[in-house]
Design a binder for this molecule. Sequence first.
Ligand code: DUC
Ligand code: ZN
Ligand code: ZN
Length: 482
Amino acid sequence: MSECELVVRGGTVVTGVDSFRADIGISGGRIVALAERLQGVTMIEAGGLLVLPGGVDSHCHIEQLQDNGGADEETWESGSTSALAGGTTTAITFSTQFKGRPIRDSLAEYRGRAARAMIDYSFHQIITDPTDAVIRDEIPEIVASGVRSLKVFLTYDPLRLDDRQYLRVLAAARRTGALVTVHCENYDAIKWRTEALLAAGHTSPKYHPWSRPRIVEREATYRAVALAELVDQPIQVFHVSCPEAAEEIARARARGVKVWGETCPQYVVLGADDMDRPGFEGAKFMCSPSPRDAPTREALWAEIARGVLDVVSSDHSGWSFEGARGKRTNGAEATFRDIPNGVPGLAARLPILFSEGVGKGRITLNEFVRLTATNAAKLFGLYPRKGSIAIGADADLVLWDPTRQVTITQALMQHAIDYTPYEGMQVTGWPVSVLRRGEVVMRDGTIQAPPGSGQFLARAPYDMIRPTGRMPDGFDASAFLA
Ligand code: DUC
Ligand code: ZN
Ligand code: ZN
């Protein structure tokens, strides 16, 4: 065959199903050959290394717009840098809806900011106010533009939807061919317990998990899934933190409901006890749902291994610790209710999952690839362009040293946030270089991609999220009501 522009030689190629020795030939940013002894104009040696598809992080918050006119501390440049440092080449982030303002305006502003990305990207559109105009006009328009997933919150002021609003979004998604992703916690139960905890003087970060025990997640997960079943609309449950919520997903799947579950590194390695560190330190670990206890973490690994939770995203949502912004935005002594939720984890995602998962025998190497790249690419309509090593796929590759021992530090994360909750954690396995569409964009932690070199990924209709056609009494209410 003709000479390739670039060949990655001598590595062990790992996909979601296979591991094999092959050279990878790349031309025009795509994989054009998988064979022995390929020749390229440029050769990259991968002997002794694993060659993985670039990580696909389908849930992270980067430069997300806020209703006060600001945006997340993590910019597209810092967020891309951190992603590439950790072996992630594609991310799906969030465009927000501000009540009373057209979504198309905030989406356009967000797209403008994302134009500085160095990774490839797509968006979920958050729906906070499903007005008639949003349901009839804006959602179809947004989905047609390639933003083929909607995000809803069943808790959090001022984002949460009530059940009727959630049904409206499900129905609109069904009509337009979008996936709905759901934050599942019970709004009133959390509010009630939070008020009681504060009245009792329990204000420190330690009480954040007390405000939202596992049952509030199970309840909301059950409800989210039941209403999705009623409408016959596929959903993904975000950031599952406990086996009770996973059980609701598994039961629905067994009945043929199209529901998928995601979890994140913080739920398999951090714990509620981290929020009990002295002083304000616990705020560093505060995210919702809350990290739980050791038996829960082990139960989550089991749900990952049996495929109920089939995507591990970062839910990277950074708030710096020092200074008057970030975690202290509502004061240095803010109660757990008023401390912003979220932990940064873009760069740590692959190393933690590899080390704690593959390294400790909880998952296989191919499962690791499925969980960190392939399954998200499939579920969000990016496959096989992303998430695979196959002829025609984008040449997004991670050269991975499975034996390298690293202590995670803030400096290695290369994000804009001023801490990592994983500081000091020992991992085995680390990305040594990253290719994005055939260009070397990271080598030994040094990022070589110019801002603006990332591409927006418009997502076309795809089969995986096609409704089943089954609904109670065969009556499609979504066809009659906007
Ligand atoms: N919880 C979310 O739902 N999103 C961002 C961060 C968090 O903790
Ligand atoms: Zn969420
Ligand atoms: Zn999130």
